[in-house]
Structures are given as structure tokens and as C-alpha cells.
Design a protein around this ligand. Sequence first.
Ligand SMILES: [Zn+2]
Length: 222
Amino acid sequence: MRLKNGEVVLHWPLAGPVVVTAGWFYSDGSAHCANDYRAAVGTPVYAAEDGVVDQLQYWDGTTKTGMQSYGTMLRLCHAAYKGGVLQTRYAHLQEVCVAKGARVKEGQLLGYSGQSGNCYGAHLHFEVCWRGQRCNPLCWLDGAFTAADGRVKLWGSSEEHSVAREAAGEGEVPGAAGGAAGLQICTVGPMSAGDAMRFMELAAELAVCYTSRYSEEGENGR
Ligand SMILES: [Zn+2]
């Protein structure tokens, strides 16, 4: 999502709490230029921001070099940031459930994590690419993560840190992108329109800060 000041806070590609198993550098100090997150085979993977699937690759089942080292992989192209192309990549997937060229919304299910390609075990490999250069994903995400152990090298330099969310303004959903603000989601339904209105009135009475109605006849009518 874009903050009012134009900064980007990406949505975590996994439901939290996220455990980082490899940071910007591998624990032996060699360059990784990405993040690895703990994820069993079949873990849902979500879009980091609104975007378009601009690259989609399926693993051939054997090759572990070149682009096939990513295994089954997709990349999203997001709105430009400071005039530069911003992309996120999700690799070693087991399954993809969006097509190339598809428009996706932040937090939308993209597929399921796996261990395809050149993979030492099941995990999600996540890259952020800005202006054609890979950047440390943790600098584009909030602080809602832990490191698997003390050997994980999270940051590329001493100046790097996770991006802070600004306080939610009127009409915004606090922590809606699943971050440190402690969002709790309560889904109720299906119910009649009349019951939905009564529920929203009750929520307002209880000072639940944000409620919304999602209508089947609406954008889900495809
Ligand atoms: Zn990796």
C-alpha cells in the first residue's frame, strides 16, 4: 500500500507471524539479495501490493539452474515508486492460481508455497526489485517478523530497517495490510441484507472501528 507520504509498505506475502530463515545475506555471508520465509508446502502466498502478473514460470520438475532455479515462480509489477518500476517475486511455489497478465489486489491469494526449483527445503523465496535492482524486502515491509535464529543476516547495511506504518486516518482500516497494528478480522455471514445492516449498527454501537459489507452481486459476480 502507498502511504500518504508516498512511501510503500508491502503486505507480507505469508500470513503472520513470518519467520525469516534467510535474509539479505545467507548465514555464510554470501549474497542472497532476497528473503526466505518459513513456509510448509501448501502455505497460501499473498500479493504484496496491487499489481499485474508480469512474469509466470512453471518448473519443469528437474532443472535447478538458470531461471528454472526459481522453480514455479511469479512476479508482480506494481505502481511505479519514485518513477521506477517496482516488482515483487515469489518463488519455489507448488501451485499458482493467477494467470499471466492478471490484475491482483494487495493481499489476494496468488498460489501456494512449495519446494520447486533449486530449493533446500520448503520455503517461500521473496524478492523486491526496484528500478531493475533487487532490494532488501525487509526495508519494504513492517516489523512483524522474527528471525529463525541468530545466524540470519536480516539487513544489508546498518541504515536498513523495516518501514513504519503511519497511524490510520479517518475512514482507513488500521493495520489493514496485516501488520503490527494488531488487526483482527471478524467475518460474519452469509446473512440477509437486513441482518447485515443490524450487525453493522451493533458494530457501530460497540465502537468496532471498521465494518464493511461485501456483496455477492458486486464485483464477485464473475
Ligand atoms: Zn531464497
